[in-house]
Design a protein around this ligand. Structure first.
Ligand SMILES: [Zn+2]
Ligand SMILES: [Zn+2]
Length: 195
């Protein structure tokens, strides 16, 4: 697939369905920040529990982000794979498709809440707030990597993710918010891959 420096991919012929595949930063923060506020209101534990549940949620997110990107976003090429991720590799500068749109995203938040609740019960609300904060952190980092010039001290994040966008290294550098899991799971691009 040839990488396009501008333009936007078309995912559906139906214009209404096409609208639901796009988003923007304000809508994005409103959707997932709003979801975190609602979920925090379900908490029945002492607020101090957030001191460990919130960071645990963030760390869990970074591992989930790695697994999702590696095994779901980069599953065998298909229409589904193109819709959820391939389109971003073809049009990496399309800012409307850097984040999960609100409608499918809200459904996923509900599903994840239920899933975590099975394992964590009452610990879920504060943990899920951290998980959502991790997700927002990831999308913020992903957005600025594609939209801004590298920030001082954080250039390694740009180098790491933009290497993933080089078709030669698509099977490397799956972590966006942190390269940690690439180190641990052996998908760090080697130094000699550096261009
Ligand atoms: Zn990718
Ligand atoms: Zn990207």
């Amino acid at each position: 697939m040839k990488v396009k420096k501008e333009g936007q991919g078309k995912l559906f012929n139906n214009p209404l369905l096409e609208v639901f595949t796009k988003t923007n930063p304000v809508l994005h923060v409103g959707t997932y920040g709003g979801a975190a506020i609602v979920i925090a209101s379900f908490n029945q534990l002492p607020t101090i529990s957030a001191l460990y549940l919130f960071p645990a949620g963030i760390i869990c997110w970074t591992l989930f982000e790695y697994m999702l990107h590696r095994f779901v976003f980069h599953m065998r090429e298909s229409k589904l794979q193109y819709t959820i991720h391939g389109v971003h590799h073809e049009y990496p500068k399309d800012r409307e498709r850097l984040m999960m749109p609100p409608l499918p995203g809200s459904i996923l938040v509900c599903l994840f809440y239920g899933l975590w609740y099975l394992f964590l019960g009452n610990y879920t609300p504060l943990f899920m707030c951290g998980f959502l904060a991790g997700y927002l952190g990831y999308t913020f980092v992903h957005h600025i990597i594609h939209a801004w010039k590298p920030l001082p001290g954080l250039k390694f994040l740009w180098t790491h993710h933009l290497k993933h966008h080089n078709p030669a290294f698509e099977d490397k550098a799956y972590g966006v918010s942190t390269p940690l899991w690439d180190y641990l799971f052996g998908t760090m691009p080697s130094a000699k891959n550096n261009k």
